[in-house]
Design a binder for this molecule. Structure first.
Ligand SMILES: Cc1ncc(COP(=O)(O)O)c(C=O)c1O
Length: 489
């Protein structure tokens, strides 16, 4: 009763559930928060594999910070800049910041594009950039089409406060989750039939959660499609520099295609969202960027950026760091090498126990195919298996349904937010989980689990005590630190 009364006092946004924190997805985070793994203090705890964070090159950044004390205005070496930075509040941003970010964006796009610093608009991470885009491009009730599976945060970032809708463009594993012309047309037509105005398409390249990059043909298809209907194309390229191999496709930014001019397209329809959260591993700095080819959008977004500026202290630090070409070049090449090594090690470890994943060459995660472990191809069965993975195997991974995947049985495993030893522990746990399952399936006679159609995961589920399951799944379970308060991906 008190709650209803309180809700009546608040806005619809405040009393609604558009944020998405109450979804089953975040119960995995609760399980992790309650019992976090630590190699010596809590070796049986839950390992966090639900976080797309790039922590493999922190040492390089720390080295740079030590060698460049003037970049931080809170050290004796940098204190001279303190007053100026503390007073700076122009929403255009520090010129040196915009120049350095523009140059960095060129580098991560292989120096095949030009980035104009005057088009750089700041925002609070890519999260803020997406909302800015939604506010600039669509009115409440209007929609963006988004290929599935897609990053769950989009539902919050684009929809919650703006009132716009996201409608799925369905993709399938049979062709590696490629976006097809038929799927684009189908999504568009469905919206039209429902009387919903489509204002654009939102893509993520490289993809979260797939870790794949869009090939050139798909980019041409998208440009042609949006140009035909004269709707926007928002390209989230937040994982550009995480691409660690050119096989099967090298990363191609939409900017590259646009500048080539191969595909006739109205430039005013194209907008990039970028951030340093993934490529540099700085989600805490909240450096997000809108880069639009549309002057009116740049102007409006810049005014709106007052709601989510990057602090001038951070701008100063980032400007100094990204202007150091030697550091940036070394960081980018070393980061690719370390990501490639981690990817190879992880996929090799999984292949040893017969688990396969979508072949990918970017991102900070694997899109793992656990379809054959499901009792039936449904979301319910996927979530049952997921609870076993969290509660028995003690790995917090992300189920495909939370990414709106149209097929049950896919899971995202993040692999770049932990050290080598933790990866070892995670792989050992997966291995023993598979062996147990194999034994259960074969009645104590080990065989290759891949060939077994038996529902052995059922046995594991039954071993979960009802009490524990309730504890983890309860909507009332305490959430010491909201997963959506922390940067999460
Ligand atoms: C595709 C994608 N876009 C945007 C974001 C949000 O990034 P930021 O931390 O810069 O807000 C994420 C975070 O995981 C992401 O994966």
């Amino acid at each position: 009763m008190a709650e209803i009364q309180a809700n009546n006092l608040l806005s619809k946004i405040a009393s609604g559930d558009g944020h998405g924190e109450e979804s089953a997805y975040f119960d995995g985070w609760k399980a992790y928060d309650k019992d976090p793994f630590h190699s010596s203090k809590n070796p049986l705890g839950v390992i966090q594999m639900g976080l797309a964070e790039n922590q493999l090159c922190v040492d390089l950044v720390q080295d740079w910070v030590v060698k460049n004390p003037s970049a931080s205005i809170c050290t004796p070496g940098g204190v001279d800049g303190f007053k100026e930075m503390a007073n700076f509040q122009d929403y255009h941003g520090l010129p040196e910041f915009r120049n350095a970010v523009a140059r960095f964006m060129e580098k991560v796009r292989g120096d095949r594009v030009n980035s104009d610093p005057t088009r750089i608009v700041m925002s609070g991470g890519a999260t803020g950039a997406h909302e800015l885009m939604a506010f600039c491009l669509a009115d409440p009730g209007e929609a963006f089409l988004v290929p599935t599976p897609y990053y769950p945060g989009f539902d919050r970032d684009l929809r919650w406060r703006t009132g716009i809708q996201l409608l799925p463009i369905e993709t399938l594993s049979s062709n590696g989750f490629k976006i097809t012309k038929a799927a684009l047309e189908e999504a568009y037509n469905k919206a039209m039939e429902a009387g919903i105005r489509v204002k654009g398409v939102l893509i993520t390249n490289p993809s979260n959660p797939l870790g794949t990059v869009l090939d050139k043909d798909t980019l041409v298809l998208l440009l042609t499609f949006i140009n035909h209907y004269q709707i926007h194309l928002v390209c989230d390229e937040i994982y550009s520099a995480t691409v660690f191999s050119d096989m099967p496709n090298r990363f191609t930014s939409i900017a590259e295609l646009l500048e080539d001019g191969e595909v006739p397209c109205n430039r005013n329809l194209i907008h990039l969202v970028y951030s340093l959260s993934k490529d540099m591993g700085f989600p805490g700095f909240r450096v997000g960027i809108v880069y639009s080819y549309n002057d009116a959008v740049v102007n409006c977004a810049r005014k709106m950026s007052s709601f989510g500026l990057v602090s001038s202290q951070t701008q100063h630090l980032i400007a100094s760091m990204l202007s150091d070409d030697q550091f940036v070049d070394k960081y980018l090449s070393e980061s690719k090498k370390r990501l490639a090594t981690r990817y190879k090690f992880f996929t090799w470890g999984l292949s040893m126990v017969g688990i396969s994943s979508l072949k990918s060459n970017g991102g900070l995660f694997l899109w793992m195919d656990l379809r054959r472990l499901l009792q039936e191809p449904t979301v319910e069965a996927e979530l049952s298996l997921w609870r076993v993975i969290i509660n028995e195997v003690k790995l917090n991974v992300s189920p495909g349904s939370s990414f709106h995947c149209s097929e049950a049985g896919w899971f995202r495993f993040a692999f770049a937010n932990m050290d080598d030893k933790t990866v070892d522990v995670a792989l050992r746990r997966i291995r023993s989980f598979m062996v147990k399952g194999e034994e259960a399936a074969a009645g104590d006679k080990p065989t290759v689990v891949a060939k077994k159609k038996k529902c052995w995961q059922m046995d594991l589920q039954l071993r979960l005590s009802a009490r524990r399951l309730e504890e983890v799944m309860s909507p009332h379970s305490p959430l010491p630190l909201s997963p959506l308060v922390r940067t999460r991906t």
